[in-house]
Design a protein around this ligand. Structure first.
Ligand SMILES: Nc1ncnc2c1ncn2[C@@H]1O[C@H](COP(=O)(O)OP(=O)(O)OP(=O)(O)O)[C@@H](O)[C@H]1O
Ligand SMILES: Nc1ncnc2c1ncn2[C@@H]1O[C@H](COP(=O)(O)OP(=O)(O)OP(=O)(O)O)[C@@H](O)[C@H]1O
Ligand SMILES: [Mg+2]
Ligand SMILES: [Mg+2]
Lengths: 256, 256
């Protein structure tokens, strides 16, 4: 059975794309097959796995606006076992035209039914920093929402804004959606980061992953190289932390 | 004459809100009157100057959706000479309903005409991390666009996406719009940051401010305190850098 994960947060710059890329890289390292879906018009996930958005003929926008089949849009990456549905600037159009259609929030969910349950172990969806129709489509198509957050004030404040969106998705189509919070870009020497981390842990309890991701400048280098950190430099601290996150997740999924 | 500045970038987490707050604080330190406008549904700018978005009765959404007058929405902050048009979660509605109206991109521009030219020296507008109708409204109402960017790969990549939006705004209503790029969260010890900074300088030349903003954890503390860094701890490196940015800007504006 394929398990689908959305990476979303209205707050910008909290490592949504970095988490989608690194987690998929970690699943590949554990010999699990993963399909990445880039739902952000910025197309950073597409770039993070070494593909030029300007060079692709069809993207996720063609899929959502109904003009192409799933199989004609899925691409292989340089990583065995890791495929991608890329994004490009056409997604700006999808952002504008999706909301005017009836039941626009369920378009992706209905499309992903066409994927055979044994094709992939995981589907990982990256979203733009917004709670509009694109992110709602991803949430309705998912088993789990991962909310990356920096241990900083504006990010912690944004966690509260995510809860009403989760309640709405559960009430209108996906009652089984679970969420988990992931602390990212954590600096252990910073007093604010340590305080915020403890406040988030106190507020959300089991809703927070045990694994947290520390600041690691090697992650910046891996995005330049177009490779997940697990394949760019597997021994760095962040590669090992994303590997432990993948194991923590896989363990949770088996438990379900 | 009032000079209007939009702080925008599709890329998330690049210090848009921190720049809007700190720049307005710096203008106040230089005895210039500033009106801040929070156009982001996250309402981080409202929070950054110590106001609880859940506690306000009317926000910028009421202004844009035409139900209230400007004067009934403008609030004073604890900083003399610094006023605010706050945001709250009603802005999610504005994001959805604005684009269906005719000439939706010019609503803010037409509303700001009601502000007397001697009321403020500067208007500073914070935007969500997107290039939709909200950001377009801000761009059409502005003299200048400041694009904060981290010296990192995804941020630098996003700069390219901003240029077509600037061209469109100039072609359809605001030919005099100028833009300037501001490097933020810069870590002088980081090789990637130094390389990226030089690449941005080589690509954009005079389009880049001379002033750049270094990483400074005191900025995180000031957002917790609900004060601009210039009023939270005026002697920190970032307070002095934002002060020099305000002077560089004021000098440019006089030159126009
Ligand atoms: N653990 C980390 N250590 C250091 N840098 C990091 C880490 N995680 C992410 N980054 C860097 O921080 C920046 C923001 O991360 P990223 O772009 O993945 O966030 P995002 O939430 O996807 O942003 P957006 O809201 O624009 O989609 C990137 O330049 C990335 O390389
Ligand atoms: N120079 C700096 N040094 C250290 N931290 C900073 C600096 N500038 C901003 N920050 C912190 O980085 C985070 C991102 O900044 P901010 O929220 O202002 O970005 P933004 O572009 O407004 O994000 P969004 O895209 O969500 O609107 C915040 O937690 C802020 O406190
Ligand atoms: Mg991203
Ligand atoms: Mg902001």
């Amino acid at each position: 059975m394929t398990y689908t994960i959305t990476i979303a947060n209205q707050k910008g710059g909290v490592a949504k794309t970095t988490t989608a890329t690194s987690l998929a890289g970690a699943f590949a390292t554990l010999n699990m097959k993963t399909l990445l879906i880039d739902m952000d018009p910025q197309a950073d996930l597409t770039v993070a796995v070494g593909i030029n958005p300007k060079g692709i003929s069809h993207s996720v926008a063609d899929l959502l606006l109904n003009s192409h089949s799933l199989s004609s849009i899925i691409m292989e990456t340089t990583i065995p076992g890791l495929d991608l549905i890329p994004s490009n600037s056409d997604m700006e159009l999808a952002e504008r035209f999706l909301p005017v259609r009836d039941n626009h929030e369920y378009i992706l969910k209905d499309l992903l039914i066409a994927i055979h349950p044994t094709s992939y172990d995981f589907i990982v969806i990256d979203c733009p920093p917004a709670l509009g129709s694109i992110t709602l489509n991803a949430l309705h198509a998912s088993n789990m929402l991962i909310i990356p957050t920096q241990p900083e004030y504006f990010s912690a404040f944004a966690l509260r804004n995510m809860m009403p969106a989760i309640k709405r998705v559960r009430a209108f189509g996906n009652p089984a959606l679970v969420y988990r919070i992931l602390i990212t870009m954590h600096d252990r020497r910073n007093r604010i980061h340590n305080n915020m981390r403890e406040q988030i842990r106190a507020t959300f309890g089991d809703g927070l992953f045990n694994t947290l991701i520390d600041v690691d400048t090697k992650l910046r280098e891996s995005s330049l190289a177009g490779l997940p950190i697990t394949h760019f430099n597997p021994r760095t601290r962040s590669a090992l932390q994303y590997l432990s996150l993948a194991k923590e997740l896989d363990h949770n999924v088996q438990m379900v």
